[in-house]
Structure formats: C-alpha cells, structure tokens
Ligand binder design. Structure first.
Ligand code: MN
Length: 478
C-alpha cells in the first residue's frame, strides 16, 4: 500500500482538503478490478492507472480527476460497469470514466472520411467535461513512455496518432510540457536515427564547450541584477524533436543551428518582464524575426510570454522567454489551470482561460469550416513530412502543404493578396507562379490593383483557401 500513501501525500501538498478516503477507495477498487491483469511489459496492470494519476498530480488537479485516472480503464477492461461506478463513486465520476472509455474507443487516425466524424464525437465527449481529455492525455503520455513493450508496427501506429492528434491537442490546450514530451516520444519511434544523431551531437558539443547552461544563466542573472529586476531563471537544452523541427524549417545542419538552448526568465511583475527584456537586448544582439510579445497579444489558450532570441556567448543563439509567475502557471498547465488547486483552494489565476469558452471556440471553428477534413488539417498542425515552411518579407512563417505554389502562399496571408497577385520573388529572384515552394524560402508577392484571380490558377493551387477563391471562376462545387 506504499503507492497509495505516496499518491495521497503528493495530492495533499497542493490540496490540503483532499478527500483521502474517497481516493483510497478508488485505489482499492481499481487495484482489485485489475487483479490478475498484466501489461505487455510484464508489470501488474494497475501500475498504469496509478501512473496516470501521478501525471495528473503534476498539474495539481482536483480529486475527481485523480479518481477518474485510477478508474479510467475499469469499464473497458474489467467486470466493472457504468452502473457500478455510479453506485460506488457517484454520477460525476461515472460520467468522467465513461467519457474516457468512449474517447479510447474512437479510432482517431482511421480513414479520412471517418476522421471528421470521429473528431466531432471527440468534441462532444470533451465538451461535457474537459477533464475527460486531461485524463486521456495523461493516459496517452504514460502509454507512450512505455511504448517499447509493444510490437514495432503498433508502436508506429500509436506514435503517428500521438503526433497527429494528441500532441497538437495538448498544445492547443496550452499544456506545453505534455505536448513536448508526446512529440519527442513519438519522434523516437518514427525517426529514431534522426533523434539519436541529435543526442550524439549534444554529447560532442558538451565535450567541446562544457556545460554552458549555468554560465549563460549567470550572465543573464548579472544583467538583471544590474537593473534591479528580481527573477528566477531556468535553462535547458531543447528537446531533440524541437531542434529537429527547426532544422527542417530552416534546412540547416546541426552544426549551423546554434539555438539549441532555451531559457526562461520568471519575474514578479509584468513591468519587470519588459525591464528584463530591455536588459537582455542591451547586452546581447537580438536575432531578427524572433521577437514575439504574447503579453500584449495573448494566445487563445491564455498563453502569455515575451519571446526573443539573442546572440549570446560565443555567438551561440539563445532563446529567451520572459513571463511572470502567474503567466508561467498558465503556460505549464493551460486550460487545466481551471481545476488546479493550491493550498486546498481552487487556484485563481487571472490569466487562466475558461475551459468552456475554449471548447466552444474549438467546436465553432470546426462547425464553421465548410470542409471538416480541412479543419482537421489545421488540428494536425505539426505533422512534418508533408509541410513546407516559408517566410514573408517581414520574417513571418507561413506553413503550407508540400507542393504549394506562390499563389497558395498569397492566399494563406490574405484573400486580397491572393486576388491581386501578379508575380513572385523567391529569395529575391523573379520566379513563375507555378514554382513549387521549398522549406526556408523567403517569398515576396508582387501585386497589382484591379487584378482578378485567373481561371488557369486552378491547376496551380492545392490549399483549400486558394481553391475556395477559385470557385466563383470555375463554377465548380467543392
Ligand atoms: Mn489506460
């Protein structure tokens, strides 16, 4: 019974009013229900629900979520039933466990036509209570952490589904730590060679320069002290997947790619964020096109932070994120912050996004898109092999499907720009409009007022947005 004691101890640290008896009952119930069941790895099955509950304690979630985690596989995999869970733990828990079961049974990455329908079901399941999705994300995270026990073909299916659906969803929900870990674990399955080569480069780099993270931290701290800003600084190597993605975007080899370190400056006040930014930019040169102010323009999942990249020590690029403690909380737990506890009280964070509004926004985007499959393309954001990343003259990144042309690019920026497009410069050179864009190119659209889209463009475009604009010309239905 050591495990349940530890779990209760962890919960008590953030929620002093935890219902110990109820969690203990859920533990006993789950443990008994899964008795005699084993995971592919050979361990007792109940270790899995327990690990899922532990992941959720890191987000400091409420009793109902922790109990749901402990019971999440009982309706599916044991003799238990909805009725029995309801009898033992009440209506709310029964509904949550049932929601997780339904979510598990959706084949999210099946054939395309069914995918939109499945996503609609996913939305309905989530919209009743977003905690269902939180448990499902933790469930997927633990399954990905232990994926090596499965046969390779199954590993690949799961990893693809994780990369396509669950990692982007975690990102949209604003739970960045889970998003990053899901991506990196999937990357390890889908492209182990690439991941290993990045890790090897890290080892070589460390042998050459030593561990420079503490040195950079010291450098930053000194600048902040000089201007009287009190802050906590975190530094880390970025995960192999995010480094690899950057290499893909820029088509740069590892030796040229120097921004592999990420630092966070966590301040007490918003004003201090801007003072810290000033101190950093006065000391080190800012890298063009990398400055973003999500404090004055927060993301829809509540994310607030200042991002910049500077040329630091030995002209190594260093990415810096600057935010307050409260902004940091939201950046780590996203919409889950709504159910987070501190000192036995629901954690009130002025920046936390209302999960019900969040889900309504997602559902509205989905319903309003004329073509649900196209919407799914947007949800499956990060799938890499089939995407190219190009830059506007101002350095903004535009992401397009592979095979896209400058006309797709123009429509991706704005319909007006697409409509009035007459030519293009790629990396400063005039090119024909049928040129297929490649990763990392800088694309400048040449426009003329009064210009209309040409019917011949229909053969040149591949994105939904551009095709929609062609429709009135060709009279074709989508
Ligand atoms: Mn499970």
């Amino acid at each position: 019974m050591k495990a349940v004691t530890e779990l209760l101890e962890t919960v008590r640290k953030y929620n002093s009013r935890v219902d110990i008896d109820r969690i203990r009952r859920a533990y006993d119930y789950g443990n008994k229900a899964h008795k005699g069941q084993w995971r592919k790895s050979g361990e007792a099955y109940f270790n899995h629900p327990l690990a899922v509950a532990e992941i959720l304690t890191e987000l400091r979630l409420d009793d109902a979520t922790i109990i749901t985690a402990l019971l999440h596989d009982t309706i599916e995999d044991t003799n238990s039933s909805y009725k029995e869970i309801k009898l033992q733990f009440g209506d709310q828990i029964a509904k949550l466990v049932d929601g997780v079961t339904k979510l598990t049974n959706l084949e999210l990455s099946s054939v395309k036509t069914k995918q939109a329908e499945n996503f609609r079901k996913l939305l309905i399941a989530m919209s009743k209570d977003l905690r269902v999705l939180l448990v499902k994300l933790a469930d997927r995270l633990h399954n990905m952490r232990t994926i090596k026990a499965l046969p390779l073909s199954k590993q690949i299916t799961k990893a693809k589904e994780t990369m396509d659906i669950f990692a982007p969803l975690a990102g949209r929900m604003g739970i960045q730590s889970i998003r990053e870990e899901l991506e990196d674990l999937s990357f390890g399955v889908l492209n182990p060679d690439a991941r290993n080569s990045i890790i090897r480069r890290f080892v070589i780099l460390k042998n050459e320069t030593g561990d420079i993270i503490p040195k950079i931290k010291q450098d930053i701290l000194k600048e902040l002290t000089n201007v009287g800003v009190a802050a906590h600084i975190e530094g880390r190597e970025k995960r192999p997947y995010s480094i690899w993605k950057k290499m893909e975007e820029k088509r740069e080899g590892f030796h040229r790619l120097s921004d592999i370190y990420g630092f966070r400056i966590i301040t007490r006040t918003e004003l201090d964020c801007y003072r810290a930014l000033g101190a950093v930019h006065r000391r080190w040169r800012a890298v063009p096109g990398r400055f973003k102010d999500y404090i004055s323009q927060p993301k829809s999942n509540g994310y607030r932070s200042i991002h910049t990249t500077v040329s630091g020590r030995d002209s190594k690029r260093v990415e810096v994120q600057i935010r307050t403690d409260e902004m940091h909380e939201v950046a780590e737990s996203g919409v889950a912050a709504h159910w987070s506890y501190t000192d036995g009280e629901i954690f009130e964070n002025p920046f936390a996004v209302d999960p019900f509004k969040w889900i309504r926004g997602l559902a509205r985007d989905f319903e309003e898109s004329a073509n649900p499959d196209e919407f799914l393309e947007n949800v499956k954001l990060e799938m890499f092999q089939d995407k190219v990343f190009c830059f506007t003259p101002k350095g903004e990144v535009i992401k397009l499907p592979r095979g896209a042309t400058p006309i797709d690019f123009a429509y991706a920026i704005h319909t007006r720009i697409g409509d009035s497009c007459v030519g293009v410069k790629i990396d400063g050179q005039r090119k024909p409009l049928w040129t297929k864009l490649r990763n990392g190119q800088s694309v400048s659209i040449i426009r003329a007022d009064g210009q209309l889209p040409q019917a011949s463009w229909e053969e040149l475009v591949i994105t939904g947005r551009a095709k929609t604009a062609m429709r009135p010309l060709t009279g074709k239905m989508p």
